[in-house]
Design a protein around this ligand. Sequence first.
Ligand code: ADP
Ligand code: MG
Length: 395
Amino acid sequence: MSRFAKKTVRDVDVAERRVLVRVDFNVPLGDDGSITDDTRIRETLPTITYLIDQGARTILCSHLGRPKGRDPKLSLRPVCDRLAALLERPVAFAEDCIGPAAFAATDVMQPGEVVLLENVRFHPGEEANDPEFAKALASLCELYVNDAFGAAHRAHASTEGVAHYRRAVAGFLMEKELRYLGELVEDPPRPFAAVIGGAKVSSKLGALRRLLEKVDLMVVGGGMANTFLAAKGFQLGRSLVEEPLIPTAKEVLAEAERRGVTLLLPVDLVVARSLEDSSPWVVDAEKVPPDAMAVDIGPRSVESIRAALQPMAAVVWNGPMGVFEREPFAKGSLAVAEIVAGLSGTTVVGGGETVALVAQAGLRHRFSHVSTGGGASLELLEGKELPGVAVLEDR
Ligand code: ADP
Ligand code: MG
């Protein structure tokens, strides 16, 4: 039995019940406090709509940002307005997630109605996973649903603690995340490839090592490839190289060889004089000039990645191939996005920046699954147990 097979809202009786749903409404905010991207709100609509249709009393809670105590700038009220617009129905707002304000707002609810509670992180008990705070949350409901995959790697009161006091099941977004990511770590379609990029080896070493045990092909790009190229004895000029991790990179290369896993490194690189340079040029990976830095993978690397990925039945991608935030350095990342999106097998993307890149390129809908959880997806791929998942009832 898969440890990712969890009961969902479909497996329990929700009609007329007070259902507390932990969602991930931690949306990005602009300088004026407006919501710059409502993807996270949209992703929870299937669960919320289902509960409404079933006649549940739906009580939503989430964190937003990292407030130190109560902070009007991190109120969920704007999210409440956006959610109401997306649902095309009223959503009541409770000025506090526990206590009198929360009781008042949820007490008057009729079946089919929705209330959003204020930011759970306004209370220190949330991140401390204080049992009293968790009990106060639980006292609002008869059933707990976790749909906040993006927060499931944290054992906080609203993601873990509350589940000790009520039956706890998964929402549809949580279910989808676990189905796709769980399959890749437990029983992936083969051949299976991982494409790993981003700035640093250090942030993804756990996932890299774990995936090496699972994959048939490992593609390494982005800043972290530099450390691997350095491990092969190449000079990388002023590129980002994590010197202390060179021995580790050597171990990973040896481990890949021992396992018969192809580990594909860039054969050419886009280099620049600085991150502000707008006229980068391409060099062979072993010929980075001493005064230049690698900012993207080159066109020959893109073609070798294309050929290697073509026969894959499943691909998981985490981490851009270069400093894609700067247009002159984005070609390699955009090309890899197109390549992975165009594959016929299962394609899963994770990672905050990688997902932003995919969305920016308008390719979101061409992947089998785009994970909403950066840190959570990485920890799942590392084989760690996610506390917010572990507490949910097994199927
Ligand atoms: P994700 O959020 O998708 O997991 P990471 O946070 O690991 O990805 O890394 C993303 C960052 O890596 C991007 O901001 C990008 O600019 C940076 N990056 C990619 N390639 C390089 C490089 N060659 N040198 C420096 N930074 C890089
Ligand atoms: Mg990131």
